[in-house]
Each structure stands twice: as C-alpha cells, then as structure tokens.
Design a protein around this ligand. Structure first.
Ligand code: PEP
Ligand code: MG
Length: 747
C-alpha cells in the first residue's frame, strides 16, 4: 500500500475517532462523519445509506446532495448503483455513473451534477448493513488508494452501526438487533414453541474499531496470530488424522501460517484499524468472495479463512462459546449448522432449533426429530440478527421463526400453541386405545428410534413397539468405532426399556449422507446410489459380523428381530441372512444363549425389490417399506435436494399402485409388511397406506397420536373407495379427493 494512502487513511480514521467519541445524537454523528469523509477525500459528495429493513436502503446522511432527501430517498436492494453495491457486496467504481448499467437517477437528491460514483459496501462479517458513497463532478475513476481508504472507513462504520452509534434523536433508524424480524426457512421438524435465543457461537462484539496506537495494535495482532498458529498446530498433531483428512487439515494449517493473510491485516492496522477490525475486514472480504465463487475448492478455502478469522477474533477479544451466556430456561438454539454430537451435548433441554444451513436428512435433523424438538433449517441471516436473550417463536409447521415478535404476533402464536396443547390432550386420552378404524380393522402403530434417549417415548406415545431402530445413530454420534461389548449392552438396554415389546433393529445404514468421521471417506459421484448400507456390510463384513454378534448377545435369549437396509436383489438378502446364521453358530459354540425366536426381514427401499421373484417374498420373515428411499428412487428425485424433494406427491397414483403391488405380493406369501418411512407419520398418508393394505406403520413417536386419532374416526373401506374413485377419475394424486372427503366427514 503506497505511503500516501496510509497516512491519509490513518489521519481520516483519527478524525473519525474524535467525531465518534463526541457525545452527540446519532444523526449529528452521521452528519459529522459524512462531512469529514468528503473533506478528507476531497470529493463533493459523501453519503451514507443504511438498511431500513432487509430489502430497503435509506439515505441517512449526506454532504453534497440535497438535505431534504435525507430519510426520504429509499432504494430497494439491487436498485440503482447503491442498491447494486449492497446486493453484490462489491465496490462499484464508475467514472461515468449515468452510463453505467443499473444506474437510477434520484431527482430529489440533486445528484445530476455528479458524474463519477464510488460505492463501497458497509458490511460486518458478510452481513450487509449499508453503502458508503462518494461522488464528484469531474469524470474520473477513484484510485485504488482512495477505494482502499473508503473500505477501511466502511469497516469502522460497520462496527459503529452494529454498536448502534447512529441510532437516536432525529436518526429515524431503529437500533440494530431490536426490530422484530421474520425468517422464512424450511421445515425440519414440526411443532410450535416460544423460547429465548441461545446462540451456539455468540457474536463477537468489537468496541474499538479504530487503533489508538498502531504499534500496540500490530503487536496484539501478531501475538494473536502466533497463538492461533500454535493452537492449530497442536490440534492437528493431536488429531492423529491420516490420508485425505490429514491433507485437508494441512491446508488449514498452511492458511493459519499464511504470510499474505497476516500482511493484509497488518496493512489494515497500519491504515488505522484496530487488530479486531482488521481481522473482520479481511473476513468480510473472504465471506463475500465465498458467496460469489462457483468453485467448490475456492469456497472451501474461503471457509477455512472464515473459521480461522473467528478463532483469531476470539483470541483478541477473549470472547467465545465458553464465555457465552448461561443457557436460559427455555433455550432455542440458533446456529449456522450443528453436528449430531454437539446437539446431543445440549440434550433435550432445547425447546427449539433454528439453523442457517442444515438439511432435512442430516443427522442433526434426525436427532431433533427423534426428540420432537421443532427445527427450522435454511433460515438465512438469522445468526447475524439474533442476540442471546432475544424472544423467538419457532413455527416448525410453517418453517418460520419470529425474532423479537411484536405483541400481535405473540398473541396469535400463543393461540396456536394452546390449540396444539388441546390436540395433545386429545391424543393422550386415546393413548392406550387401539388404532381401530370404524370398519373394525386394527393398524399396529410403532415408533422409529435410534438412541437410548428415544425409548421412554414408547410409553408416552402409546407405540406398540419399535418398528425401526436406526442402529447407525450410535455410530454417528461417536468419534470412534464402538466396541462389540458397548453395542451388545446398548441393544440389551434397548430391549429392557421396550419391556417385551418388539424392537426391529436395522443393521448399519451408513454411506450416502451418513458419513462416519472415523472411516475413510469415499469420494463417490452419487453417494445415495453408491456404496452404502448393506452393500458396505457385505463387501467389508467385519462390522456387520460384529454388529450381528452384538445383537445376539444383547438379546440374551430373548426374541430378536433384525432387518437389513437397502436390499436391491434377493441374493444380497440371502448373503446377509447367511451372515446371521454364521453369527448364531459362532455364538452357540461360544456358549452364549441364542434368541428364543429370530425374525429376519428386509427393507424395501429400491424399486427392484418390488419386482423380485415371489420366492423372495416367501423367504423373508417380514418386509418394511423404507418410503424415504423408495420414493426418491421411484421418482428419481433426491430426498436431500430441496429443489426436487417435494416435487412428487407420495399420494401420486403411480407410487400408490406400486406400493399396492408390493403389499399384494407380500400378502400372497403371507409375509407381514409394514411402512417405516417418514410418510407413515403424516396422518393422510398413513390413512391411505392403511387403506391400501398396510397393517403396520412405524413413525416418529409424536406422530402416533395424530395418526391414531384420524384412523379411529374413519372406515378404511370407505377411504379405499375414495382412493379407487380418484384413481379411476384420472387424477394424478389422490390427496385432494381424500382431504375433501375428510372435510365432508367432519361436517
Ligand atoms: C427410509 O428410507 O424410508 C428409511 C426408513 O430409512 P432412512 O430414512 O434411515 O434412510
Ligand atoms: Mg432408507
């Protein structure tokens, strides 16, 4: 950075510090700031636009434009050069602004005299807060030094905006983090709760963006970077990582030792920023690059830098998760993303969870669902807005979070919660009653589980048994392969808690999105259709054998039910069953008691199995339709891809005909069949499955009440007629016909 720009920038920041330290109201401060910048930069115009709401920028102060336009001129995000600067998070430097694409003339400002324009985003940690603009009459591009000086000033303005320095008398802006905000995300787990924000990673607050003493700040920065480097080196040498993982960590280490990163931050400090503000300036740039880059490798690298910057900020400010707020009584966890292990550490105390990222099929989502904790995923920007202690309403049914809601929203939400509580009471009153439809048919309702902590729900939900125990969750929440003895004791405890009710253990279903951190990752082009579940178990039978032995030992002579996931052809089932036979033989030789009775089943998750020879249906002891996978392969629509996940209806007649065919074939062999995908827990879907002939359904425990309630109100024979009529009418889905009929039943 040339010497002149350094001194100019430092001088300007020095004057800004004085202006900001004055005990004046928000608007007076802003006015002073624009005057200072315009005079230091020798431009005719300097203006500050700040966000009024997530979509609208407002001219909040100006030197050089019409004063009447202040707080009157507003632009939408992306509108005009100012709106574009904010939207792209990038500097726009135009010698001839009117000729620039996207230019929009705002007559009330009197800006027609000013030809050149330079807009610099005011952003904190990638979150846009506003735009700093300079304009001049002369047609010229602003020099790189000038742009750099503006970026440094914008960084300080971002910190001050965040601290609420421009709020107050006459400023017509509300303080940050005080307005009610609504976040629209996606449904991870239904349910409505009111709670208090508890941030997984509390925001770091920087109160001193401008350096008082550059040498001191440089010393602080260098010492913090050294600390960071030592801690990263230790972390890596302690991790014992090998192969690909070691390579990834090595890249991370190199970044921590990067000279150019340190040099850029040093230059920012030399230009007047404090050490913290310098870290944030580079981090903000990295974040906006990350958002723009299409290259996955570059995004990964920018992610590393983001992570390292967070660590560095914690070192510099002494703030961090360990010094975060105490957990409130009604915590709603707000995080960018969270792993299942971390979620388990927080435990069931959480009232709700709102994530910026995440996916419905993620392990954390599975854990949240198992615990019936309302979960919203993909609620963008929420970690930038929410503060520890804010009130938050989580509407998991709609995928909406209301942060700092106003009274009307709170009242409407309280009504919704009360209504749900009344429904829960209704379900509790039928908990011990059978799911018997009016026509007399009884449907067995079971629960899905995967953690020991799920088992108490067996009593409270009224489940007949566990229709699907996802054994991989035990593997996923650990950081090393569990031992056989640990597993057998766990399986034994699961059976103890079930108190004689049937528990269907599904053998390990890893691969696809379920990746074990301690197993070598497989770089597969399409993991959902790759080396997963039983395919892994048969090709590398060590773990499968260990698990089957653990199941036999855990049963300790009691009846045992085991099913194999992702069977695509009968020979795979036969090989898996042969493994079970060998395990039984080995256990018997070792003198362990064998199960009193053993049932071995297969999951129907691939369309091919529906067309298997009838002998397969004769061979299996039972079948369970894994609708999540079966549907994704039937419609060729990735269950993890939000774009296509809901594109095809489960009640589509083609899918229903396929399901019916599977039920008919199972019945012809006298083989019990159940449905254990997520759809079994949706009342209308459950009703239609029962009408098609499924006599057993397995679902999340909280779904049992609503499903039972609906089944008991109708005759399945009548539902079947409605489904038939809809099918013959040529409808693509029977959903409308069934819901219309149900409404009619209610009248
Ligand atoms: C399914 O695919 O429907 C199923 C129950 O298995 P998972 O969701 O664990 O893949
Ligand atoms: Mg599956």
């Amino acid at each position: 950075m040339p010497h002149r720009a350094e001194t100019e920038s430092r001088k300007l920041l020095g004057r800004l510090r004085e202006a900001l330290a004055e005990d004046s109201a928000g608007q007076a401060r802003l006015d002073h700031v624009v005057q200072l910048i315009a005079s230091s930069m020798q431009t005719e115009v300097c203006s500050i636009y700040l966000f009024r709401d997530a979509e609208t920028l407002e001219l909040c102060a100006t030197e050089g434009l019409q004063q009447d336009a202040v707080h009157q001129t507003r632009l939408k995000l992306g509108e005009g050069l100012v709106g574009r600067t904010a939207e792209r998070g990038q500097v726009i430097n135009a010698a001839n602004a009117p000729a620039r694409a996207g230019f929009r003339y705002m007559p009330e400002t009197g800006e027609e005299k000013f030809i050149s324009f330079c807009g610099v985003p005011i952003a904190r940690l990638g979150q846009p807060l506003g735009v700093l603009v300079v304009q001049s009459r002369e047609q010229r591009r602003f020099t790189p030094d000038e742009v750099y000086a503006l970026e440094v000033v914008a960084m300080v303005l971002a910190e001050m905006t965040e601290l609420g320095a421009f709020v107050g008398e006459g400023a017509a802006l509300s303080a940050p983090h005080q307005r009610p905000e609504m976040f629209r995300g996606l449904i991870g787990q239904e349910g409505a709760v009111r709670g208090t924000v508890y941030l997984h990673e509390p925001r770091v607050v920087v109160t001193n963006p401008i350096a008082e003493d550059t040498e001191v700040e440089l010393g602080r920065l260098r010492a913090a970077v050294e600390d960071l480097q030592t801690s990263v080196d230790t972390m890596i040498s302690d991790s014992g990582a090998a192969g690909d993982q070691a390579e990834i960590l090595e890249n991370y280490r190199l970044f921590a030792h990067s000279r150019s990163w340190l040099r850029r931050m040093e230059a920012d400090v030399e230009n007047g920023l404090s050490a913290e503000a310098a870290v944030e300036k580079e981090q903000s740039l990295a974040r906006s690059r990350m958002g723009r880059s299409k290259d996955a490798y570059m995004r990964e690298r920018a992610n590393d830098l983001d992570d390292l910057s967070n660590r560095l900020l914690r070192i510099l400010t002494g703030q961090g998760s360990d010094t975060g707020a105490d957990m409130p009584d009604d915590p709603v966890l707000v995080a960018k993303n969270i792993g299942p292990g971390e979620l388990l550490e927080y435990g069931k105390a959480l009232r709700g969870i709102v994530l910026e990222e995440g996916s419905v099929g993620s392990h954390a989502a599975i854990v949240a669902r198992a615990w019936a904790i309302p979960l919203i995923i993909r609620a963008s920007r929420i970690t930038a807005e929410a503060l520890n202690g804010d009130t938050i309403l989580v509407d998991g049914d709609q995928g909406i979070a209301h942060l700092r809601p106003d009274e009307t929203v709170q009242a409407a939400f309280a009504d919704k919660i009360a209504m749900q509580a009344r429904a829960q009471e209704r379900y509790a009153s039928i908990r011990d009653e059978p799911a018997q439809a009016k026509c007399g048919t009884v449907i067995s309702l079971n629960m899905n589980a995967g953690l020991m902590a799920d088992l108490p729900s067996i009593e409270s939900s009224g489940a007949e048994g566990v229709g699907l125990f996802r054994t991989e969750l035990q593997f996923l929440i650990r950081n090393k392969m569990p031992k056989r003895s640990e597993l057998s004791s766990l399986y034994g405890r699961v059976m103890d808690s079930a108190k004689g009710r049937r528990v269907t253990f599904r053998t390990l279903d890893i691969g696809s999105d379920k990746v074990l951190s301690y197993m070598k990752p497989n770089d597969e082009p399409n993991p959902a259709m790759g080396w997963r579940a039983l395919r892994v178990g048969l090709d590398k039978p060590g773990v499968l054998r260990m698990q089957l032995q653990a199941l036999v030992r855990g049963a300790a002579g009691r009846p045992l039910t085991v099913m194999f996931p992702f069977v695509a052809d009968p020979s795979e089932f036969q090989s898996a069953r042969a493994e079970m036979d060998k395990a039984l033989e080995r256990e018997s030789i070792l003198g362990h008691p064998l199960p009193e009775n053993i049932e071995i089943g297969a999951m129907v998750e691939t369309p091919s199995l529906g067309f298997a020879p009838q002998s397969f249906f004769d061979d299996v002891d039972f079948l369970s339709v894994g609708g999540n996978d079966l549907k994704q392969f039937f419609f060729a629509a990735d269950r993890e891809n939000e774009r296509v996940r809901r594109r095809y209806d489960t009640l589509d007649v083609s899918f229903l005909s396929f399901l019916e065919q599977i039920v008919t074939r199972a019945n012809a062999s006298g083989t019990p069949i159940s449905f254990c995908g997520e759809d079994a827990g949706r009342p209308i879907e459950a009703l239609v499955f029962a009408a098609l002939g499924f006599r057993s359904l397995s679902m999340r425990p909280p779904s049992i009440g609503p499903v039972k309630h609906l089944i008991r109100r109708v005759s399945l024979e009548e539902v079947r007629e409605v489904v038939e009529d809809a099918r013959t009418s040529g409808a693509q889905s029977v959903r409308k016909a069934v819901t219309d009929w149900l409404v009619f039943q209610q009248d």
